[in-house]
Design a protein around this ligand. Structure first.
Ligand code: SF4
Length: 266
């Protein structure tokens, strides 16, 4: 069996504890307006034109985005960094895109890594069938679980899907006693108003917040915006500015009132 990966990040330090190898899997059922990995949304291999510049000269090269790997090939890649992973208490992270859209390959890979005693993390939007969640639960030690908006209509508007399945899956995973880090992307004008922020905290407080190891507040940034043109996608976030560090700190203090450790950034 093979899985489609569009990026592999070695020495990753923001995708779970310690130093990690992060595999970015292709395909996502959401299409968030602010996504900074739009190359992860399509579930197939893509051929794109990439414009590079050397000095004043601009040139275009063809690039293939996405490559198939077997689980053992991923293991071989990760093993190159084994000493750093072990020394730092790190592991492996599956991100994307949405890793749960390749459930069979993900499950096989998780088993391969757990067999080697490696810590496994899944960075997920939470939008997946319950059977998929059930299958990977025993082999996943940490979930980085995105909660993007508490209002179902606004969630659908900005991501393409309602949040009901996502919130149900969050409750289910928490109920199973799994370690969860909640990730909230802070998107000015979309989910950072007083009412929206209060709704996030009320939900976290009500739904076993005590089992959440941390809340990560991820400030919106424009780093991925240039990719949209390359992938012939519409970038709808023109004119939206990054939240200030004062605002991020204010939000951090607000969420800390829940008694949960809060971090700005991943
Ligand atoms: S869930 Fe993540 S990968 Fe998918 S579109 Fe949204 S931000 Fe991008």
């Amino acid at each position: 069996m093979k899985g489609l990966i569009f990026n592999i990040k070695r020495y990753a330090i923001h995708d779970g504890p310690g130093i990690r190898v992060t595999f970015f899997m292709k395909g996502c059922p959401l299409a968030c307006w602010w996504c900074h990995n739009p190359e992860g949304i399509s579930s197939g291999i893509q051929e794109i034109d990439r414009t590079d510049r050397i000095g004043s000269k601009e040139f275009t090269v063809k690039e293939t985005v996405g490559k198939y790997y077997s689980s053992n090939e991923l293991l071989d890649i990760a093993k190159k960094d084994l000493v750093f992973i072990e020394e730092s208490g790190g592991g492996i992270t599956f991100s994307g895109g949405e890793p749960l859209v390749q459930p069979d390959f993900l499950l096989e890979s998780l088993k391969v890594f757990r067999n080697e005693g490696l810590h496994t993390t899944i960075d997920t939007s939470g939008f997946a069938d319950r059977e998929v969640i059930d299958s990977i639960l025993p082999y996943t030690e940490l979930f980085l679980f995105d909660i993007k908006h508490m209002d179902p209509g606004k969630h659908k508007h900005y991501t393409g899907v309602s949040n009901s399945l996502i919130l149900d899956n969050y409750k289910y995973i928490i109920g199973k006693g799994k370690k969860v880090v909640i990730r909230i992307p802070v998107i000015p004008g979309i989910n950072d108003g007083e009412e929206e922020i209060r709704a996030f905290r009320d939900f976290i407080d009500a739904e076993a917040g005590g089992n959440v190891s941390r809340i990560d507040l991820l400030a919106y940034h424009k780093i991925g915006s240039s990719k949209y043109k390359r992938f012939k996608l519409d970038y709808k976030m023109q004119g939206v500015e990054q939240p200030s560090s004062e605002r991020m700190n204010e939000l951090k203090r607000y969420f800390e009132e829940s008694g949960i450790n809060v971090k700005i950034g991943g």
